[in-house]
Design a protein around this ligand. Structure first.
Ligand code: KIV
Length: 280
C-alpha cells in the first residue's frame, strides 16, 4: 500500500536545472518504477524515465522496443514515487522524427498523462525543428547527442563518438542546434572526454554526461547498471556502487531452501485464532 510522500519539498523544474549551468554538478539517474523513485528522490536532482526501460525491465534487445504507452505507464509510476526531483520522460523512437506536429502531439500526451516536468529526445541538427516546436508548445525539452541508443542499428552498434575531426564538428553542430532550438539541457553520451568537455564549455545550457566527461555540468547513469542489477553487458563507463544481483540471488537461494525444508513459513508468519488483529 502506498504511504504518503513528503509534500513540503518543492518539485525541481526544468528552469531550475537550466540555471545550474556551471554550478554544483547536477545529479541524475534513470528510474522506471514507484519503489525505485521513492528511494532515489531524496538524493537526486533529476530522474529520467529513459527508454532504456525497454531493455532493462522489459528484456528488449534495444531501446527501439519502447512505446509511448510503455513510457507513459513508467512515467506515471515515477511521478507517484517522487516529490522533489525533476522528472523527464524519454520520447521513444518513432514518436517524433517524422514531423514537428507528431513530436508536439507525442510530447503533449507524455506531459498530459504523467504530469512530468519535461521530455527528452535524441538527435541534434536533424531534430532541431521538433525541439523548437515542442518548446513553443510550452513543454521543456532535454536533448541527447553523441552515442544515441535509438540509432544503434543504423550505426552498427554502441560506438563511441568524437574520434574524427568531421565527427567532432558534427557533434558541436548538434549541441548548438539543440541549444538554439530552446532545450533546457543536453545529455552527451559515449563521447571522447575532451570533446564532451569542450562542448560543455561552449554551450550555455547544462550538459549531462554519461560516458562523457567529469567537466560536464552533471552526470547520469542507468540505475540498474549503477546498483549491479543489469543482467547483460554493462558499458565500460558505468561505475557499479552495489551488487544487488548477488543480494537477490542469495535471498532466493535461502528462500528456496527454507520452503523445501518447511522452515518457511515459521510461527511468526502464520495466523492463529488467538492472535489479535484482522490485518494480514
Ligand atoms: O534511456 C536512457 O536511459 C537514457 C540515458 C542513458 C541517458 O537515455
Amino acid at each position: 500500500m502506498a504511504t504518503q510522500l513528503p509534500t513540503t519539498d518543492i518539485r525541481i523544474g526544468a528552469d531550475m536545472i537550466r540555471r545550474r549551468k556551471g554550478g554544483t554538478p547536477i545529479v541524475c539517474l534513470t528510474a522506471y518504477t514507484y519503489p525505485i523513485a521513492r528511494l532515489l528522490d531524496p538524493h537526486v536532482d533529476l530522474l529520467l524515465v529513459g527508454d532504456s526501460v525497454a531493455m532493462v525491465l522489459h528484456g528488449h534487445g534495444t531501446t527501439l522496443g519502447a512505446s509511448l504507452e510503455m513510457m507513459i505507464a513508467h512515467g506515471q509510476a515515477v511521478m507517484r514515487g517522487s516529490a522533489r526531483a525533476c522528472v523527464v520522460v524519454d520520447m521513444p523512437a518513432g514518436t517524433y522524427e517524422d514531423s514537428a506536429a507528431r513530436a508536439v502531439a507525442s510530447a503533449r500526451r507524455i506531459i498530459g498523462e504523467t504530469g512530468c516536468q519535461a521530455v527528452k529526445l535524441e538527435g541534434g541538427v536533424d531534430v532541431a525543428v521538433q525541439i523548437a516546436a515542442i518548446v513553443a508548445a510550452g513543454i521543456p525539452v532535454m536533448g541527447h547527442i553523441g552515442l544515441q541508443p535509438q540509432s544503434v542499428e543504423k550505426d552498427g552498434g554502441y560506438k563511441i563518438k568524437g574520434r574524427t575531426d568531421e565527427n567532432i564538428a558534427a557533434l558541436l553542430a548538434d549541441a548548438l542546434a539543440v541549444e538554439q532550438a530552446g532545450a533546457f539541457s543536453l545529455v552527451i553520451e559515449g563521447t571522447i572526454e575532451t570533446v564532451a568537455a569542450d562542448i560543455t564549455h561552449r554551450i550555455a545550457i547544462p550538459a549531462i554526461g554519461i560516458g562523457a566527461s567529469s567537466e560536464c555540468d552533471g552526470q547520469i547513469l542507468v540505475i540498474d547498471d549503477m546498483v549491479g542489477l543489469t543482467v547483460d553487458r554493462v558499458p565500460k563507463f558505468v561505475k557499479q556502487y552495489a551488487d544487488l544481483r548477488s543480494v537477490i540471488a542469495h535471498a532466493a537461494e535461502r528462500y528456496a531452501l527454507e520452503v523445501r525444508d518447511r522452515e518457511f513459513p515459521g510461527r511468526a508468519h502464520v495466523f492463529s485464532k488467538t492472535s489479535g488483529g484482522d490485518e494480514a
